[in-house]
Design a binder for this molecule. Structure first.
Ligand code: COA
Length: 169
């Protein structure tokens, strides 16, 4: 029998390459056929290892879920960016590689990010998801999020609706 250590910890500069790969895999799986192909490539290419290295060194809050020596997923979060919404914190992104989805890891990453935000005084929380991203919408509902706002975002030729889920402090 072998034991695999699962832990959530802050990303280090040496994780940048693996986080970039995780981002690439998770975004392609989640958004192929939703975000136009060329736009999706652009979004992914902008987020290579150098981007992540710089974000980690700047102190952006990026946590990773390590499954043994593999990075299964990541979350980044901080202050809420939408001034029109009265929530303190925001999870900007929460993504798992496809083979690690559906195992409870998303819930663990979410809970850890929420706790970390709360400990720095950001008690209430918002997360945006594309309305067409059914798994994400179902996930945030299952975690008790309430849909509190709608908006849209342009990706090349296509405009997609998005929905904000919120949790009170
Ligand atoms: C969405 C995502 C983060 C969820 O993480 P996960 O590890 O797969 O989800 P979990 O196993 O922790 O599930 C937590 C709860 O959400 C529910 N849930 C998760 N995925 C679901 C789905 N596809 N459909 C319905 N419910 C779902 C589970 O039933 C579970 O509820 P329960 O604990 O009451 O049984 C993950 O699947 C992912 O990275 N998807 C692709 C990227 C993405 O869309 N990210 C969000 C962008 S805003």
């Amino acid at each position: 029998m072998s034991t695999v250590l699962i832990e959530i910890r802050r990303a280090k500069p040496s994780d940048a390459k693996a986080v970039a790969e995780t981002h690439d895999e998770a975004w392609r799986a989640a958004y192929q056929g939703v975000i136009p192909g060329l736009e999706l490539d652009k979004l992914i290419n902008r987020r290579g290892p150098d981007w992540w290295d710089s974000a980690i060194r700047k102190g952006s809050r990026i946590s990773i879920l390590a499954f043994g020596d593999k990075i299964a997923g990541y979350a980044n979060y901080g202050r809420n960016r939408a001034r029109s919404l009265f929530y303190e914190g925001e999870i900007y992104e929460l993504y798992l590689r496809p083979e690690y989805q559906g195992l409870g890891f998303g819930r663990r990453l979410f809970t850890s990010a929420r706790r970390d935000l709360g400990q720095s005084g950001l008690k209430s929380l918002v997360v945006w998801a594309l309305s067409d991203n059914d798994p994400a919408v179902d996930f945030y509902r299952a975690l008790g999020g309430k849909a509190v706002a709608r908006s849209s975002e342009r990706f090349g030729e296509r405009t997609l609706d998005k929905v904000a889920f919120a949790w009170n402090g």
